[in-house]
Design a protein around this ligand. Structure first.
Ligand SMILES: [Cu+2]
Length: 278
């Protein structure tokens, strides 16, 4: 190797790992961390998923940097030169190296698996006494949100797609909105009235199927007030793209007064009322 190139290679060899470490330290030590397209999480569960996703992505980037770096290094360092047909030194059966590249990925996978199980258990946990239970039903094409209040009444909000002509008879002419109290756990009981839909809220890093014949139960504990866009994310027919909704998180006292107000302004249906959406 010519001396100048060797010096360059040496300089990169010294700086490369430092640059990676500085990048990671910036990412970890800053007030925020890169989400790589996910959300930081507007609820407790979404924050956990966001951290797991970001951690896995960064671990993947480190592995990719090492793999791509080594590939690029061997491609450029040992490229075929003009008038030089010699083959570089060949290595095989390097047992310590083979053990290392078998054990190391295994350790990485075990660590990722452990963090995934811990996070999933946290995200899937449902408290015994949630502040509120909301029945969510997906149907072609819209969402129904039913709240059970302290008096045993079911308050139903419903919105249908705007461009769907048959939707004219529905109670709302806007996309439906799920209202949640901030800082309290709300249990969601998710069902489908017809085909497979998916209840997806980007700000919560959360999506779950609404499957016919299956009831999915989960919980949200919002940590941030605001209105968050949400949608069906499983293709379910002609107006799938219109199956939009939003999640509105309000402070708990406001939520309580909102719920009281709804008693007088929403469809009130007894608990045993069979849901007929169409
Ligand atoms: Cu859909």
């Amino acid at each position: 190797m010519p001396p100048r190139r060797r010096a360059h290679a040496k300089a990169f060899g010294r700086r490369g790992p430092i640059l990676v470490l500085v990048g990671l330290a910036l990412a970890a030590g800053g007030c925020t961390y890169p989400t790589f397209g996910a959300s930081h999480g507007a609820d407790v569960q979404g924050q956990e998923i966001g951290k797991l996703y970001s951690g896995m992505f960064m671990a993947g980037l480190v592995v990719a940097a090492i793999v791509w770096g080594l590939i690029a290094w061997s491609v450029f360092r040992y490229r075929r030169k003009k008038h030089d047909n010699s083959i570089p030194r060949q290595f095989q059966e390097h047992i310590p190296l083979e053990i290392t590249y078998t054990i190391l990925p295994l350790v990485i996978v075990i660590i990722i698996f452990a963090f995934t199980v811990i996070t999933e258990n946290e995200v899937d946990a449902v408290s015994k006494r949630p502040a509120q239970t909301v029945d969510v039903t997906g149907y072609q094409w819209g969402w129904i949100f039913s709240y059970q209040n302290a008096n045993g009444l079911t308050l139903r909000t419903q919105g249908a797609v705007r461009s769907f002509p048959a939707a004219k008879g529905y109670t709302a002419d806007v996309y439906p909105q799920l209202v949640l109290p901030e800082g309290r756990p709300t249990k969601i009981v998710l069902r489908s009235a017809d085909v497979v839909h998916e209840f997806y809220v980007h700000a919560f890093n959360f999506g779950r199927f609404a499957q016919p014949g299956v009831t999915n139960v989960f919980e949200f504990t919002p940590v941030q007030t605001g209105v968050f866009p949400a949608q069906c994310s499983e293709y379910c027919g002609l107006y799938h793209s219109e199956m939009l909704f939003s999640v509105r998180v309000v402070a708990y006292p406001r939520y309580e007064s909102w719920l009281r107000y709804q008693e007088h302004h929403l469809n009130q249906i007894p608990k045993h009322y069979p849901l007929t959406q169409r």
